[in-house]
Design a protein around this ligand. Structure first.
Ligand SMILES: O=P(O)(O)OC[C@H]1O[C@H](O[C@H]2O[C@H](CO)[C@@H](O)[C@H](O)[C@H]2O)[C@H](O)[C@@H](O)[C@@H]1O
Length: 257
């Protein structure tokens, strides 16, 4: 067992368990609106929420969408940091900054830019917009063709481009999953940390785990789409949830044994 996991099990009250949503708790599907948490997810997270210091989901989704698609409203103590940390959902309440003024510009500019590109989908997330190519005949070539014009539009609007699995997101700059996780670790005075993710946007959170100076574990939710170095590599959402359940088992057996 990696040292970070041993620290979590030995002192669960000081542990922060950070989790990405899409590709980590929810299997990747062609239509972003059809994504739902793995069936074991809500029960495993509810169990873990009773055992550790905090469970926090750090996602590119709006926080309320992750709560809805994850059936997560009943998870004890859960915090959801949406839009890469711009939004915070906790105990049923959402706090979020005003919508970035550049969003209007990109919402108007994107449809003509993708017109004629079959299978390209625009996801309007209110505080960000995502351009998806997963449903195009050649998702990678379509994504590559869009990189430059999307970057130019984002720059005009004062927005950042966040690349991911067959997606380019245009979102407000100045925040990422690493900054969000680091601030949360300080807020909770964490004594250990685990972060599980599957995509490029999660790398900042992996770096934050390493920079925290805490006993920590990075967990990559593996698939054929991306290869990333982490302390542990598991097989997609079932693998992540299996790992979380085994942490809960170990904590509980430490209490009784
Ligand atoms: O930070 P996350 O929770 O991983 O969210 C990142 C983006 O995930 C979603 O897109 C990804 O999942 C879709 C559903 O499985 C898939 O169709 C798409 O190809 C993936 O890129 C979501 O739609 C975005 O809004 C999230 O920001």
């Amino acid at each position: 067992m990696p040292d970070g996991l041993k620290a979590i099990v030995a002192d669960p009250g000081g542990a922060v368990i950070g989790l990405d949503f899409d590709g980590t708790l929810s299997p990747i599907v062609p239509d972003p609106a059809a994504a739902r948490i793995h069936p074991d997810g809500p029960a495993v997270l509810a169990r873990l929420g009773e055992l550790v210091g905090a469970v926090v989901i750090v996602t590119g989704r709006p926080a309320a969408t992750a709560v809805e698609y994850g059936s997560l409203a009943g998870v004890p103590g859960l915090v959801v940091l949406g839009h890469y940390g711009l939004e915070r959902w906790e105990a049923g309440s959402l706090t979020a900054p005003p919508v970035h003024p550049g969003l209007e510009r990109v919402k108007a500019g994107l449809p003509p830019l993708v017109a004629g590109l079959d299978g390209v989908r625009i996801e309007d997330k209110e505080r960000a917009v995502a351009v998806h190519t997963r449903q195009a005949a050649d998702p990678q070539a379509t994504l590559d063709a869009l990189r430059e014009p999307v970057a130019a539009l984002a720059a005009e609007a004062g927005l950042a481009v966040e690349p991911g699995k067959f997606v380019l997101e245009l979102r407000p700059p100045g925040m990422d999953k690493g900054m969000a996780l680091s601030a949360f670790l300080r807020e909770r005075a964490a004594r250990s940390v685990l972060f599980a993710g599957d995509d490029l946007g999660d790398l900042a959170a992996f770096a934050a785990v390493r920079a925290s100076g805490l006993p920590g574990v990075t967990v990559f939710s593996g698939s054929s789409e991306l290869d990333v170095e982490a302390d542990l590599v598991v097989d997609g959402p079932p693998g992540v949830l299996g790992l979380l359940a085994s942490i809960a088992d170990a904590v509980e057996s430490g209490r009784t044994g």
